[in-house]
Ligand binder design. Structure first.
Ligand code: SF4
Length: 343
């Protein structure tokens, strides 16, 4: 089966301009939202890539800022009856799969992900059926329907050891959707992997030549790279890892300066934890890039304080932005997710 290129074309990536708020508007919004969360018995869980104000609000109101898996785990274990997921749609779905009895809302369901959009369930099902001898391992950045077709769900923090253990058992892997992360894992583990051809519109734009030029200007800087980036960028990294690994490395390594190749939303947490250190964005392709905002995911950018307040304030908007997962599909998706959690 010849697999077409499932990278998203530029016309499918939205242009999103985040609004600027004054400090007093920001304070008023944060106070209002915190009161609305309490009134709705809801907890806010936010991803490292969303707006810094939303991250601060999540933490100050008793929620969490973390990677997608930890967001879902935290939401499942929290006593609140409703979860507000500030991130992208697959994160809301993962939270719902792990907490089927809770109501899960997002500031806006328009917040998608190019990896999820680039892996349509009917085409993916056909790919699996054409390769039935392979163990299906999918990245967390996929729809609930794709997860339900898989044997394993993995995040970037556990993908390597899980594929390694499957390869040690002699299993051949069908991997989806991120081709760069798949190639990196293949190279690290030597596993027999057949790769889907999706990509993240943000990480795909990091450029190795420009990164080397920047590194020569700041030879003392550590280079931290998310493995959704192209192989030539990964090759330059001092540390390759998930968002949580990048946060950990920036804190633990002795360097006082870092060049970071992942969504720039993470700089908020990096600077909060390391106020004395300097962080620079890894260079992207600039104007001609598929990612219209370059180094910032346009879908993550939709999670603004004002959008969150508008949704929480309006029952119709709440209803329109609630995550629903068909129970049978959710049950099937829970199986590979539980395997990962138990690993
Ligand atoms: S940064 Fe990339 S992988 Fe993350 S949500 Fe945006 S498009 Fe998806």
């Amino acid at each position: 089966m010849n697999l077409p290129d499932y990278s998203l074309s530029a016309d499918r990536v939205p242009v999103y301009e985040a609004r600027t708020v004054t400090p007093s508007e920001r304070d008023a919004l944060m106070t209002d939202i915190a009161a609305l969360l309490e009134a709705r018995d809801a907890v806010l869980v936010a991803h490292y890539y969303v707006d810094g104000d939303v991250q601060d609000l999540a933490e100050s109101s008793g929620g969490i800022v973390s990677d997608s898996l930890e967001m879902a785990r935290f939401g499942r274990d929290h006593p609140a009856s409703a979860l507000i997921v500030a991130g992208v749609r697959f994160m809301g779905e993962t939270a719902k799969i792990l907490s089927p009895d809770k109501r899960v809302f997002m500031p806006t369901l328009d917040a998608e992900c190019s990896l999820d959009l680039g892996c349509p369930p009917p085409e993916f099902r056909a790919f699996c059926e054409a390769n039935e001898d392979r163990t299906v391992v999918v990245y967390a950045n996929t729809s609930v329907e794709v997860k339900a077709l898989s044997d394993w769900v993995v995040t970037s923090s556990v993908a390597l050891p899980i594929v390694e253990s499957l390869a040690a058992r002699g299993e051949k892997i069908l991997w989806a959707p991120d081709k760069h992360l798949g190639r990196y894992i293949q190279q690290q583990t030597g596993a027999d992997m057949l790769l889907w051809s999706g990509a993240c519109v943000v990480h795909e734009e990091f450029k190795s030549k420009a990164l080397l030029d920047l590194k020569s200007l700041y030879p003392e800087a550590g280079v931290l790279v998310h493995p959704e980036s192209p192989a030539a960028v990964i090759d330059i990294a001092d540390v390759v890892g998930s968002t949580s690994r990048i946060v950990q490395a920036a804190t633990e390594l002795p360097n006082q300066m870092f060049i970071v190749a992942t969504d720039r939303g993470i700089f908020h947490k990096l600077r909060q934890l390391n106020p004395q250190k300097r962080f620079i964005e890894a260079p992207t392709a600039g104007d001609g890039a598929t990612c219209r905002s370059c180094a910032h995911c346009p879908w993550m950018a939709m999670n603004e304080l004002q959008v969150l307040a508008d949704t929480l304030n309006n029952p119709e908007r709440m209803a329109a932005n609630e995550i629903h997962v068909e129970p049978e599909v959710g049950r099937r998706a829970m199986v590979p997710l539980k395997r990962m959690l138990a690993f």
